[in-house]
Design a protein around this ligand. Structure first.
Ligand SMILES: Nc1ncnc2c1ncn2[C@@H]1O[C@H](COP(=O)(O)OP(=O)(O)O)[C@@H](O)[C@H]1O
Ligand SMILES: [Mg+2]
Length: 383
């Protein structure tokens, strides 16, 4: 799982009650016939954010983006950009540019001409066009390729031309629909960093649609997780990862072990969940507003579980400690994944970093092991 690369010192306007959102989506619903594609969505997006709409296919991401751009009209609700109600304002009068899922470049034009196209149409003076295009090509590191045609470029380079073309008009808000979808894994990763750098340099507000959770985690200031047209959770990448508000989000972002159980102690500073599935009581050091007996799920991330052949210290009180047999091991170089079968039959996923180079794993196939984790490792979910 990639960790967010955003600097922690970054200004966080969403935590400032006085901050004025740049984009305000207010109770927006979009219906196609009687099908609800976007369901009562409210969102505030702040200037300079790199905001991701994340969700599976068909969750309404593109439809929401198209409403921001003005290509679709909300069935209900309103959208404000920079304080202005966008109702009835056509796409070309919005301070917005959209980079499409399939970024078609003009094949008969050079890189330079592709980027200059929009400025020419707007009647920008030639000298200024030349300057702005050159500056933008430098920024996306394509200065050397200015005279090439799109077919003489790699996929990643074409993607950067499309980006330069969207940015050269200096939109205040750039909407990107699966911008890295056509790139292979390596190039995606590199381009993610480039996108973030360019966005920070220009201070443009980005709203990016993606179905790729790792991409959203790596690039965004905040993520809205969409499910069937509605927003399930909004938060920073680490909030979404560490404090998912539902099983849906916990399972959508990264991998997670989910233990079903019932609340048997509910105190302000902790919760105790009895779980047959886990084979032990689960102690979590934060309270949840859940009455005794409530059915809940406790989510524990694979990297937060330790494996040992000897009983860990926590074994004394039998909380957050269970036993199982190692059934599968996948060696991934930087880390290994262990699939451990508990007595009740549930399979638990555990990951451990490979910090030393060793020829023999400390834990191997068919070993009986203890699985243990700390009180802060689990998150209690009641939906
Ligand atoms: N013009 C349209 N007419 C009818 N249904 C549509 C239209 N556009 C999108 N939809 C439906 O709305 C849902 C959300 O679509 P979309 O916003 O493209 O999802 P995503 O981008 O998250 O994959 C899908 O079920 C899709 O079939
Ligand atoms: Mg889409």
């Amino acid at each position: 799982m990639a960790q967010p690369i955003r600097k922690p010192t970054r200004l966080e306007p969403w935590q400032d009650p006085d901050a004025v959102p740049y984009v305000r989506i207010d109770k927006v619903t979009k219906r196609f016939g009687d099908f609800v594609a976007v369901d009562d969505v409210s969102l505030n997006i702040y200037r300079g954010e790199f905001f991701a709409l994340l969700g599976g296919s068909g969750s309404g991401k593109t439809t929401l983006l198209r409403m921001l751009a003005g290509f679709e009209t909300p069935s209900e609700g309103r959208i404000f950009i920079d304080g202005v109600d966008m109702s009835g304002i056509p796409p070309y009068e919005r301070p917005v540019n959209m980079m499409f899922q399939s970024y078609a470049l003009f094949p008969h034009m050079s890189v330079e001409q592709n980027v200059a196209f929009g400025l020419k149409q707007d009647g920008v003076p030639r000298a200024e066009i030349r300057e702005r295009v050159a500056e933008m090509l430098d920024m996306v590191q394509l200065g050397r390729f200015a005279k090439r045609r799109p077919h003489q470029l790699s996929g990643g380079q074409r993607q950067r031309v499309a980006l330069a073309r969207s940015l050269v008009k200096r939109p205040k808000l750039l909407l990107l629909d699966e911008p890295l979808g056509a790139l292979d894994r390596r190039l995606r990763e590199r381009t993610q960093f480039e996108l973030v750098n360019i966005q920070e340099k220009l201070g443009v507000t980005f709203v990016v649609v993606t179905h790729d959770q790792e991409e959203a985690m790596t690039m965004s200031t905040r993520i809205a997780v969409m499910n069937q047209g509605y927003i399930q959770q909004v938060g920073t990448p680490s909030e979404i990862y560490e404090y998912p508000n539902s099983k849906f989000v916990a399972e959508f972002i990264g991998s997670v072990n989910m233990f079903e159980g019932r609340v048997v102690e509910d105190e302000p500073d902790h919760v105790l969940v009895r779980s047959e599935e886990a084979g032990c009581d689960l102690y979590i050091n934060h309270g949840v507003p859940a009455p005794l007996g409530t059915q809940v799920w406790v989510a524990v991330r694979p990297e937060k579980i330790a494996l040992s052949k000897e009983p860990p210290p926590a074994a004394a009180d039998g909380r957050n400690v269970t036993r199982g047999v190692v059934r599968e091991i996948a060696y991934l170089g930087d880390m290994s994944i262990y699939l451990v079968e508990l007595a009740g039959g549930k399979t638990v996923r555990v990951t451990m970093p490979n910090v030393t180079r060793r020829t023999e794993l400390p834990v191997t196939w068919e070993d009986e092991v203890y699985l243990s984790w700390r009180p802060f490792a689990g998150v209690v979910l009641n939906q």
